[in-house]
Design a protein around this ligand. Structure first.
Ligand SMILES: Cc1ncc(COP(=O)(O)O)c(C=O)c1O
Length: 96
């Protein structure tokens, strides 16, 4: 319908196919977002939307603040949020 939009759509779809090939994924599995924060939100909130009965979110204390913001949001929404401590290598030091 829109010439320039159609050109961009073709290029984005070509990029999607190339990324999918590099990752061994199906192009339908590749989702482009505008930034890291949007990716975090889409991944975490999108996944939780698929498991509405799950009310427990486990992450680590060293995640990017964008993830910490999602943790705080989920906590306000009544989720049980657990932020695991990690050692210098980023490995969880929690035993439980
Ligand atoms: C995991 C993670 N989330 C979010 C961001 C923030 O990205 P943006 O500034 O593109 O939203 C970064 C940046 O490095 C990141 O590593």
């Amino acid at each position: 319908m829109h010439f320039f939009g159609g050109q961009v759509a073709r290029q984005v779809n070509e990029a999607r196919e190339r990324v999918a090939e590099l990752l061994g994924a199906d192009p339908s599995e590749i989702v482009f977002t505008s930034c890291g924060t949007e990716s975090d939100n889409a991944a975490i909130l999108g996944t939780l939307d698929s498991y509405l009965e799950k009310r427990h979110f486990i992450t680590t204390r060293v995640e990017h603040p964008a993830v910490g913001n999602v943790s705080a949001y989920l906590s306000r929404k009544g989720y049980r949020v657990l932020e695991l401590p990690v050692d210098r290598e980023g490995v969880s030091t929690s035993t439980s």
